[in-house]
Structures are given as structure tokens and as C-alpha cells.
Design a protein around this ligand. Structure first.
Ligand code: SF4
Ligand code: SF4
Length: 217
């Protein structure tokens, strides 16, 4: 029998996650003893993460192709483990990469997407989360995120043409960003608009617009 982990109230999780996305804050995931993230990822270290880079041996840093100039990937062990994982703990926790600080596998059950065939241990953990729905808004908001996830996953080509990453975690995060377009017309929308255009092209254009606005903030 699969275990069940409390993921928290859906609306609270959604608000915190959207805030973390918009200000690049840290995710507050009750990971417990799970270290799946430290065993399955290519860990990206952005060029501006100087504090992190100072704590990772240069021999473990390799240029990240297809990423902005100067971004690096941390080499992993033959087993796939991150070399910073020592005795089941992150040995550079206070200085861990932004990617590690912001990753939250609850975004997969939230968006209805899977982590991916190459990340079975994360998918196993993701399937264990169970959100709570103390109010009707929690349900309605979750349905809206699921609808956004489904539309985005079905329109990868459109996203790719707009230069928007289409890997699973990026799709799931985009669903969190765009959920308000999928709220029922009588619900409060994040941007205050009354009716949203949820055709695929309109959603992609709006996602591009919002990310552009964030980039110049
Ligand atoms: S898979 Fe989820 S619970 Fe496990 S370490 Fe990563 S974020 Fe935490
Ligand atoms: S840097 Fe730390 S948190 Fe990030 S993958 Fe490696 S061990 Fe895990």
C-alpha cells in the first residue's frame, strides 16, 4: 500500500508557490528523509550563484550547454548521486544551488503532470502527496491548475516556438503561474480580469508577457 504524505492546504500551497516563483524565494517542502532530488537531477548552477560556486570544487563544474553563457552543471557520481550528498545530507546546505532551494515536487500532483520517465524516484515521492481542501476555493483552484497543466502539456510545440522551456518541471510551474486564467468566470482572478481567453495561443502569449514583465522588475 502506498504511503500518504500531507501536502498542506491547496490554496495556501498555491499562494506560497506563486510568491516563490515571482521573487525567486525558497520552497518550504517537508522533505523529511527524502533525498530523491539529490539522486536524479543534473544540478544547474547559474553564473550569478557565486556563493554556491565557491563551495563546489571547480573539477565538478562543467559548462551547461544551451543555457545562458556562464551557467554550469554540477557533475554527478556514477550512481547518479550529487557529489555534495554526504551521509544522506547536503554537505553545502546553506550554500546549495538555487535549483535545489526552489524545487518542490508537490508541483507535480498540483498540475497533474509527472516528473518524467527518467525521474521515477521523484514521481514516487510526488504520488505520495495529498493536498487538503478545507474550503471550496481550494478545490476550485486545484481544478484550475490541473486545467492549465493539461493545456500546457498538450501544446509543447507552441511553447517551444515561444522559447519557453517544455521539460516537466517547467510545464508544472507554468501551470501554477497561469492557473488564474482557468478559474471560473465568477471567481476572483489574480489579474482582476473577468473572463480569460484560454485558447492555447492566448495562454502562451500571456505567459510570455508575464515572464517578460518579471524579467524587467
Ligand atoms: S523529491 Fe520532493 S520531497 Fe524529495 S527531496 Fe525532492 S522536493 Fe523534497
Ligand atoms: S547540492 Fe545539496 S541539495 Fe542540491 S542536489 Fe546536491 S546534495 Fe542535494
Amino acid at each position: 500500500m502506498s504511503r500518504e504524505l500531507a501536502a498542506g492546504d491547496f490554496s495556501t500551497w498555491l499562494a506560497e508557490t506563486r510568491s516563490a516563483i515571482s521573487v525567486e524565494g525558497s520552497a518550504n517542502v517537508p522533505c523529511g528523509t527524502c533525498t530523491a532530488c539529490c539522486r536524479t537531477h543534473n544540478i544547474l548552477i547559474a553564473a550569478d550563484e557565486t556563493e554556491t560556486l565557491a563551495h563546489v570544487a571547480s573539477t565538478l563544474q562543467i559548462p551547461a550547454s544551451r543555457m545562458p553563457h556562464g551557467d554550469l552543471l554540477m557533475m554527478h557520481e556514477e550512481s547518479g548521486d550529487c557529489p555534495m550528498l554526504v551521509d544522506e545530507r547536503c554537505s553545502i546546505y546553506e550554500h546549495r544551488p538555487r535549483m535545489c532551494r526552489t524545487y518542490d515536487c508537490r508541483v507535480f500532483p498540483a498540475s497533474g503532470l509527472a516528473a518524467g520517465e527518467d525521474k521515477p524516484v521523484i514521481d514516487e515521492q510526488a504520488r505520495s502527496w495529498s493536498f487538503s481542501y478545507p474550503t471550496s476555493s481550494d478545490r476550485v483552484e486545484h481544478d484550475a491548475v490541473l486545467a492549465a497543466g493539461s493545456l500546457l502539456a498538450g501544446n509543447r510545440q507552441l511553447l517551444a516556438e515561444a522559447d519557453i522551456p517544455t521539460n516537466q518541471i517547467q510545464l508544472a510551474l507554468a501551470a501554477v503561474e497561469m492557473y488564474d486564467l482557468f478559474m471560473p468566470p465568477d471567481s476572483a482572478r489574480a489579474d482582476g480580469a473577468a473572463v480569460a481567453d484560454t485558447t492555447p495561443l492566448a495562454v502562451v502569449v500571456e505567459l510570455t508577457r508575464r515572464r517578460g514583465l518579471r524579467a524587467v522588475d
